[in-house]
Ligand binder design. Sequence first.
Ligand code: SF4
Length: 481
Amino acid sequence: MLNPCFGDSTAAMGVFPPTGLEYIAASLKGLVDKITFLDLRYTKKYQNPQVLSRFIREQIDLLCIGIQWDARFEGLCDFISQLPAEITTVVGGRKATEEVEYLFGRCPNIDMIVRGEGEEIIQQIAKGVPHAEIRGLSYRLNGSVVHNENHELPDLTHIAFPDRSLRAHDYYWSQHGVRLSRHTFDTVLTTRGCPFKCKFCTFSLNPLGQKREYTERPIESVIEELQTVTADVVLFSDDNLFTNPKRAEQLCDLIIANGIKKKFVVQARIDIARRRPLLDKLQQAGFKVFLLGVESPHDRILTNFQKGITQKEIRESLAILTQYDFYLHGYFIYGNIGETEEEMLYIPKFAREIGLDSISFQKLRVEKFSPFKEIVEATPGYYYTRIGGHVYSDKYGPKELKRIRNRIRADFYNVRQLLRIAAKARRIGLVTGWDVAGSLIRLPLVLPAMIRSRMARKSRKKRPHAPAAASTRVEQTAQTP
Ligand code: SF4
């Protein structure tokens, strides 16, 4: 099992293990003699494709590679193409599902691609079921690629826990190879799907564009899994853990009753603030970080998004949430259709007004299955250059939006806000005194690596794109979180 994604740092999602691959590993138990799990973010020597190829040739019969996200996708393709062609290679994951044709064209050594959720598909491959009979599988046959019909979505209640026993190390926050936090990190999934229909979001769809039915794991099974997790910080990777608030309350009760002491990170809609008793329990159960989909301060844009909330409701919700010791992070989207510069620049002011601790802001994207694709195509002056890419307009092109992004960032993340973030993170136990002191001591180690990485990024940008399949690339999908 190979997570081939590595870069100059393990920032953001990098602190979390590749749980998707661990689900696949768990489903292979008993079907293969031995599973070796390699996460290249943490196994530096195998970041060299020649060294990794030697290891694969000596030890591996079936190579399973997970590609989840858009980040460094072209680099990943280059890397994968250098792995041994004689070893059966299966690729899966969200991004792989969206780029099936492109991956087959780009990496001649890929034999099969598992589309969608792969637990049952990989089992059939390992059992030797003829390829033609495996639904959800794309494979090579006599020089062309065959796509079998889609596999039905697996039942969440019957999927084995991710196999964490294969990990060779803990997951922690590091920057450019320098560890910055004592805390270790993990993820747990308790539900799949989301019943809401926000127009910009394809997370509520599976990678095949099908609306994911909202399904819940039995709470007892979630507790059982949590009891096996050793990490200090656990992200519930559900789209929205609070779709069923009663169940969320039960989850808190059982976390408390079973003495599970973790710091939980959770994605939520702002509507959670309407449920005071739930918020009290969440605080008691160790929920610390809320990643909130705020999206925009402007009602017109919220309506276009079909987000189902208004600016007034956001203000009211945050007025409640800020009464708790939660770390509140807000997601925003800027560069929306019809949005003026003034409106975009209101984001940092609004975020501060409502008391968010930190924010992230993304440009509007066009995804393969997103309804925004048609809207952008029908709006004069607006355009996108590829599926999965950003939306621009004649007035706000890449350069203008970059300038606006820099202003939003500079306006929000001023020294006062950074100090506030540090104080809050320390107060609620997200970082320790050791972390702060340790980070200061390690700063001289991180800075040169940061400068090197920036320079490398700049030179990569200057290099022309690889010509291979560049024209088909535009038609391919490229969804990112
Ligand atoms: S943005 Fe959140 S609430 Fe809306 S559809 Fe996506 S996951 Fe659901």
